[in-house]
Design a binder for this molecule. Structure first.
Ligand code: 5GP
Length: 197
């Protein structure tokens, strides 16, 4: 842990995130050299990670996005916004913020496999491995995390906090649910304190 500020604790610093993106970028450069991959960011959570990661990959690539919406039981997803680029025959790298139960990624992989891609791999910033309920291939991951609710660097609470530069654990989820405005102020104050120390 890198900081402690009441109900929020910083668990992955901005420096650690940047350093891991550099390492993953290096690995991906080796793997995808001369294959012109398409990096597909899953909106909205992957945005900061995708942005940092692609700038560490030193080989030509395309970037595109898709958005998912959930429906029904068991974590089923459908594509709410599709990629603009055709993925047929392409080396596709799915970029995720976090894999939790694995249901979302497993549906997404099955959907993309029907598109005659040349290859499919996933890079996730965070792997909540203890919560996995379906086996799903994860070729690259930034950090393994425990069973706690995380915020920041793309991860949201009701659409907010994605703009925190590091990753925070919420120790008191009940308070966040009942008093999201005042806790919101606290996390940004804590975030600011960490930036200046
Ligand atoms: P899965 O289908 O793997 O259970 O769910 C993945 C999705 O759950 C992620 O894309 C993310 O939207 C959400 N999620 C899982 N754990 C967390 C977390 O700790 N914090 C936030 N903000 N979202 C999470």
């Amino acid at each position: 842990m890198t900081g402690n500020n009441g109900p929020f604790v910083e668990v992955i610093s901005a420096e650690a995130l940047a350093s891991r993106a550099r390492e993953l970028g290096k690995q991906l450069t080796e793997e995808y050299r001369d294959r012109e991959p398409v990096f597909v960011g899953v909106l909205h959570g992957s945005l900061p990670f995708l942005s940092d990661l692609i700038r560490q990959v030193e080989t030509p690539l395309d970037v595109d996005f898709l958005a998912l919406s959930r429906f029904g039981e068991g974590g089923k997803v459908r594509i709410a916004m599709d990629t603009e680029i055709s993925l047929e025959g392409r080396h596709v790298v799915i970029v995720e913020d976090i894999v939790d139960t694995g249901l979302t990624l497993s549906y997404l992989r099955r959907l993309l496999e029907t598109r005659d891609v040349a290859s499919l791999a996933t890079v996730t910033l965070l792997d909540k491995a203890p919560r996995r309920i379906v086996e799903v291939p994860l070729e690259y991951r930034g950090f393994e995390v425990g069973d706690e609710f995380l915020l920041g660097y793309g991860l949201d609470w009701e659409g907010q906090y994605r703009n925190l530069r590091s990753i925070w654990v919420v120790l008191d989820l009940a308070s966040l649910q009942s008093d999201s405005a005042s806790l919101g102020e606290k996390v940004f104050r804590a975030h600011g304190d960490n930036l200046t120390t």
